[in-house]
Design a protein around this ligand. Structure first.
Ligand SMILES: [Fe+2]
Length: 409
């Protein structure tokens, strides 16, 4: 993040004495990336270091070590995430569906909040949640962020947090990456500010509202994800939300998908115009996140709104359909559909989608989807993704083409 922010109280000069409570020295912590050289924030704890464990660490009774599908035949996938059951809490209920060397895509469909006095910290990866459904609050030591449909929630690696839901259940899509989340560098000027042509404006983020520091001793359990999905449970003697102030450029934030401001042109607009976030650096590592919000289709008198078939030979592509309508794949996908198209195969609209899409020329095409394109990592379907697959997906184009022909003859 490039927006340097400050919340609460802390001394103007770093690493100098400060007393939030009279006579009690506040203690500084740096939450930083890339060694001591990347984006970071400075936090001030009311009286205790975050290292104080009251009991020896122990392995949790759950973990997130991913297991590959039993079948590695090259094929496109359609994972029916709407059929994955609602269960568990926001953390323990997460289920990975795709994974690679530095990326994991999961779904979490919780029916309850996290247990009281239990916190989670992903010490392994940065996180991006997309809220498909549900309401609640993300509570972090940086403060609170509301949870509601259509939000992206960005949680940097190493942030202690808990999720409380206020709706009957919730539906989260989760991207994890070894690399930090930023707005796309290609839309930033050389000082890190979004250019006037950018579809995203970095100041449209919501920053956590810092709460009063919780100055309480007790048993606070922090489940830390580490080393490829293992979970170790730490017992902290002091409440982890004991921050009196913080400042810097590494912090959780939210961004509404509807604040991705579409860019159209006379003929079909390619996905880079839809890029909202980036993790890592193309072409070396990480991925791009694109927001397919409703878009004005091309107004060229012969424009075809449906996309072309594409062989994007370097990127594996995941697309999550938040809203069930999508002209190019009408009749195949519905809300909650996740398609996964490996780089080794082309993918395309089907049947007579190209013909039908001409009626959208110069009109608003309603859609809502989130896409992840890797730079240029290969992803693998997990056991869970395989279990909830549409078994006939690889044949869906052929089937649609033949049905279209049958109608015409
Ligand atoms: Fe695609």
């Amino acid at each position: 993040m490039t927006v340097i922010t400050k919340r609460g109280k802390l001394p103007k000069t770093p690493h100098t004495e400060f007393y939030y409570l009279p006579g009690v020295l506040s203690l500084e912590e740096i939450h930083g990336t890339y060694g001591f050289s990347g984006p970071y924030s400075r936090k001030l704890h009311i009286r205790s270091y975050p290292t104080e464990q009251s009991k020896p660490p122990k392995k949790a009774d759950f973990n997130f070590v991913v297991k590959a599908a039993p079948d590695d035949t090259l094929q496109p996938y359609h994972i029916l995430t709407h059929n994955i059951p609602f269960e568990g809490d926001p953390i323990q209920g997460r289920k990975a569906v795709l994974f690679g060397s530095s990326t994991i895509v999961s779904v979490s469909k919780p029916i309850k909040s996290m247990a009281e006095n239990v916190f989670f910290k992903n010490g392994d990866k940065h996180e991006i949640y997309y809220i498909q459904d549900g309401e609640g609050v993300l509570k972090t030591d940086y403060g609170n962020l509301s949870i509601r449909k259509g939000l992206y929630l960005i949680v940097p690696k190493g942030t202690p947090y808990r999720i409380e839901i206020s709706s009957k259940n919730a539906f989260f899509l989760l991207f994890e990456s070894s690399y930090m989340t930023t707005f796309p560098p290609n839309y930033m000027n050389n000082t890190g500010q979004a250019t006037l042509m950018a579809p995203v404006i970095e100041t449209e983020i919501d920053v956590p509202e810092l709460q009063e520091p919780i100055d309480k001793k007790g048993d606070y359990l922090l489940d830390v994800k580490h080393t490829g999905g293992k979970i170790t449970r730490l017992a902290l003697s002091h409440h982890p939300f004991d921050i009196v102030g913080w400042e810097g450029s590494l912090y959780p934030f939210s961004f509404d998908i509807n604040n991705h401001h579409g860019i159209s042109r006379e003929i079909h607009t390619a996905p880079p115009m839809r890029q909202t976030f980036q993790s890592g650096t193309a072409p070396h590592n990480g991925f791009s996140i694109c927001s397919f919000v409703s878009q004005m289709e091309g107004w060229h008198p012969k424009d075809i709104a449906a996309p072309y078939a594409h062989s994007n030979v370097d990127s594996d592509e995941m697309m999550f359909f938040s809203f069930g309508e999508y002209t190019a794949r009408e009749g195949v996908i519905k809300a909650g559909s996740m398609t996964f198209h490996p780089a080794s195969l082309p993918h395309s609209p089907h049947g007579d989608s190209a013909l039908r899409s001409m009626s959208l020329r110069g009109k608003l095409n309603k859609m809502l989807a989130v896409m992840l394109d890797t730079f240029f990592e290969s992803l693998t379907v997990t056991e869970c993704g395989y279990e909830f697959r549409d078994k006939d997906y690889a044949m869906s184009w052929y089937k649609a083409a033949n049905e279209t022909t049958a109608v015409k003859t």
